[in-house]
Write a protein that binds this ligand. Structure first.
Ligand SMILES: [Zn+2]
Length: 537
């Protein structure tokens, strides 16, 4: 819109630069020839106050009628105020909502125009995707401005992906604007072992404007419907929820009924199903541990991994099998010659936040042909050979670094210095990358004796890499990285063979288009990864 361009410095529009430059010029030489379509008085003004500046930004074309308020007496400014109000409504409606309060401070006319609800309806739609018929709000006396200011803007910092602090278990919460609500959805993996099934989700809380004054927070936990809750934004990237009526979580049948219901929902099992399984202890423990929180949780922000065209596959979130622990959520991210799988949900052995697998992209593995692939000892031999090679390379590198550092400490840093050891193996890495680009599929079968929860794992794969998997005793005791094989099946599935455990995990991509989850920078993502890892004790 042409008029939009007149709002120099407020919105991105054509013509702004010219006017900005003209303004600078005027400031520099007060008596220079005035711009043809600006107020000559203005150019002669002395010190520019903040108000003048804003007024200056919103100059208009036609002469000001005497009735319209203007700057200091004696001015005959050409002003935006001369535009018909409906045009101003359009202009203001195209500006970011966060800029509107300062615009309201300019003059009473602007303030009055900014009370027009269509402006705020548009802001709700464009900034927060609210497509709901906001007109019906008016019946309740709630305006779109209320919705924008008291709901959407107020709680904008909690939109996106979060991990609850539930001991080793973690979790994935997605906070979204849904109609006239802000809802916190807890995402749960599908029932074990169906990794290809879609994610399940249930609401943990919701926020909405029931009346004009302020937004209402409701706890959605339990089966008795929404009830009184509370949200506290602790600091940047952290908030906590509290339920004020935990009696709403209790069931008439007591703990027994609560456990049965939880078991059915969380695991898709009955009490009889798990009676004979050794996983029953783990399941019961998780129930006792997680239910004691009663939806009073602290959440920390998580970002989706940044991607680059060189990545082996699109990074992101995956569901993976973890034996008796059931399915867990793992984030796959790429870091130079390494890829990392970080647990978003965890278990008493390896808690959420830990790096469950690390893939060494500089060391592709050539699997034996299909006849010999069944032979576990053959695969084991190949992997251990690579492990030995990796160890040697690391030693050599260490020695090299020591030699370099001793005689001349002033050696220029490698351009990949920031990556540390990860970025060093460029030669081997290049070899790896060329192989990535040729995704010829090869037959795949698990070696005899390797346990998989899914018998229907893919029977062809693209490429394999050497990797390590983290194992530990109960309570994350004696954690150890052990050798394994990363198997890339296709764009959305990969596997990991845990050599020492003789077990296989299958991972399948979580295909949910999460909003507000992109990391602002690579550094912010790395920082987030480091933080969630250090959370767990
Ligand atoms: Zn509650």
């Amino acid at each position: 819109m042409a008029v939009c361009a007149r709002l120099c410095g407020v919105g991105p529009a054509r013509g702004c630069r010219r006017r900005g430059a003209a303004r600078e010029q005027r400031r520099g030489a007060a008596d220079s020839e005035p711009d043809t379509d600006t107020d000559p008085e203005e150019a002669g003004g002395g010190g520019v106050t903040e108000d003048d500046e804003v007024a200056e930004r919103i100059e208009g074309r036609r002469p000001l009628p005497p009735s319209v308020e203007s700057g200091p007496a004696g001015r005959a400014p050409l002003s935006l105020l001369e535009l018909p109000p409906e045009l101003l409504v359009q202009i203001f409606g195209s500006l970011p909502g966060t800029d509107l309060p300062s615009l309201a401070r300019v003059c009473t006319t602007f303030r009055r125009i900014l009370r027009t609800d269509t402006i705020w309806r548009r802001r709700c739609r464009e900034e927060y995707g609210v497509c709901e018929n906001l007109r019906k709000l008016e019946i309740t006396g709630v305006s779109c401005r209320d919705v924008y200011a008291k709901l959407l803007h107020r709680y904008r910092h909690i939109l996106g992906l979060w991990q609850p602090d539930i001991g080793p278990y973690g979790g994935l919460l997605n906070v979204v604007v849904d109609g006239l609500f802000i809802i916190g959805w807890m995402y749960l993996p599908p029932h074990d072992p169906h990794v290809d099934d879609p994610m399940r989700f249930k609401p943990l809380f919701r926020i909405h404007l029931m009346e004009r004054k302020c937004a209402t927070v409701e706890c959605m936990y339990g089966h008795k419907g929404p009830h009184n809750g509370h949200i506290q934004i602790v600091k940047k990237d952290e908030f906590s929820t509290k339920c004020n009526q935990t009696d709403h979580h209790r069931m008439s049948g007591g703990r027994q009924e609560e456990f049965r219901t939880w078991l059915r929902e969380e695991w898709g099992r009955t009490l009889e199903d798990i009676f004979h399984e050794h996983m029953q202890e783990l399941i019961l423990m998780k129930f006792i541990y997680t239910s004691q929180y009663d939806n009073c949780l602290t959440y920390r922000r998580i970002y989706l991994p940044p991607s680059s065209p060189e990545d082996l596959i699109q990074p992101g979130l995956f569901k993976g099998t973890y034996g008796s622990h059931g399915l867990e959520i793992v984030m796959l991210s790429f870091h130079g010659k390494k890829a990392k799988g970080t647990k978003i949900t965890g278990d008493p052995n390896i808690p959420a936040g830990q790096q469950t697998v690390e893939i060494d992209l500089a060391h592709p593995l050539q699997l034996p042909d299909i006849e010999n692939l069944r032979d576990f000892s053959e695969l084991s031999r190949i992997v251990l050979e690579v492990q030995e090679q990796v160890r040697r390379e690391e030693q050599e590198q260490q020695q090299e670094e020591e030699e370099h550092s001793q005689p001349a400490a002033s050696q220029p840093a490698s351009p990949l210095g920031g990556e540390g050891a990860e970025g060093e193996e460029t030669a081997a890495g290049a070899e790896g990358t060329t192989q990535d680009k040729a995704p010829a599929s090869q037959p795949f079968v698990l070696p005899m004796g390797v346990i998989s929860r899914n018998e229907d794992y893919p029977r062809t794969c693209r490429i394999c890499f050497y990797g390590t998997g983290l194992i530990a005793g109960h309570g994350f005791t004696s954690p150890e990285r052990t050798p394994g094989v990363f198997v890339l099946f296709d764009d959305d599935r990969f596997g990991f063979i845990w050599l020492e455990l003789k077990s296989f995990s299958l991972y399948s991509r979580i295909k949910v288009p999460f909003q507000n989850a992109q990391a602002p920078s690579r550094e912010a993502f790395d920082e987030m990864l480091k933080n969630i890892q250090s959370l767990v004790t």
